[in-house]
Design a protein around this ligand. Structure first.
Ligand code: PBG
Length: 322
């Protein structure tokens, strides 16, 4: 456990330790190959898949406004996918290029999270390596380590493990230590449910499983607090720097219980389905602003010191939380 990781840069400290809700927001982005690409995602107004050139401008404007924490998802071209997401660890992948460029442009003023999972790079759409129709835990962790190291090499702040394999935090921490990446942190999606609120995301990231579902690794939506606590405490012991609960609104109670119990900072993921629910029920931006402020306040009140949300830019630019 390296307790200094969350303190290394002023932007990490502001994100994690500020009591201000605005400072705790993280904006997600979808990165694609090519140039001048910017495609709005179905059911997610205002959220785009962008090529690196466009993404750098988008994040540049966010940074000017003071929105300094960003989470990047790699949406791989279909023809590059294979059974183990080989291309996800290429140093020249759009995601790794984006990380390197953002670090060059914004130095330590930006906090960059990279989502690490196999599902956006496998041709079968599953979050791990298949053996028959089963997901092989330890083989999958080996591939996650490979991808995580490529993001660390590019200069990411936090590897964000969203796969829900067992023991992956320990393995990734060990690999980072071995290679000397002592300042690279790990955000673990520790308590992640097999939720029906991820629909618009899977469309955006073209990451739906081609058969079956994610219930053999993501948590059962009926499970109680004990298992949530076991998952969170195990990741904390394995060396996670940030513990995440996901989704947000349907699991506010879990967020409260877990954040009361763990000692590391807690994040919440206000997922794609929650975002589109707000937009569908409230297309008018003025009343939507009030709704967003209410949603984000509920996360802070329940113990989240970091809020990953597609509403971040709107909350920031509209000064909804002041
Ligand atoms: C990758 C991943 C998912 C989300 C974040 N990382 C999808 C999934 O688990 O199927 C969902 C995010 C969202 O819905 O906004 N495993």
């Amino acid at each position: 456990m390296r307790l200094r990781i969350n303190r290394f840069t002023p932007s990490r400290r502001d994100l994690i330790y500020s009591r201000d809700i605005e400072a705790s927001l993280v904006q997600p982005h979808f990165v694609v190959s090519g140039k001048l690409r910017s495609e709005e995602i179905d059911d997610m107004p205002g959220i785009y898949r962008q090529s690196v050139d466009v993404l750098l401008d988008t994040i540049g404007r966010d940074m000017d406004m003071g929105l300094t924490s960003h989470m990047l998802f790699y949406v791989m071209d279909e023809e590059l996918k294979d059974p183990i997401a080989t291309m996800a660890s290429e140093p020249d992948s759009p995601l790794n290029v984006a990380i390197r460029e953002l670090r060059k442009r914004h130095g330590n003023e930006i906090v960059i999270f990279s989502d690490v999972c196999l599902c956006t790079g496998t041709d079968h759409g599953h979050c791990g390596v298949l053996e028959g129709e089963k997901i092989a835990n330890d083989k999958s962790v080996g591939e996650l380590v490979r991808i995580a190291l490529s993001n660390a090499e590019a200069g990411v702040d936090y590897i964000s493990l969203s796969d829900m394999m067992d023991n992956r935090v320990a393995e990734v921490r060990g690999a980072l230590e071995e290679r000397g990446y002592h300042e690279t942190g790990i955000l673990s999606y520790s308590v992640k449910y097999a939720s029906s609120f991820y629909g618009p995301f899977r469309d955006a990231a073209s990451s739906s499983p081609k058969f079956g579902d994610r219930k053999s690794h993501q948590m059962d939506v009926r499970s109680g607090y004990d298992e949530a606590l076991l998952e969170a405490l195990q990741d904390e012991r394995e060396g996670a720097d940030i513990i995440m609960i996901k989704p947000g609104l349907p699991y506010l109670d879990v967020l409260k219980v877990v954040s009361d119990e763990v000692l590391r900072p807690v994040a919440v993921y206000n997922v794609s389905g929650e975002y589109s629910m707000v937009h569908k029920s409230c297309p008018d931006s003025k009343s939507r602003g009030l709704m967003i402020a209410e949603v984000l306040s509920s996360f802070a009140r329940s113990g989240a010191s970091i809020i990953v949300t597609y509403h971040a830019r709107e909350a920031f630019s509209g000064k909804l939380l002041r």
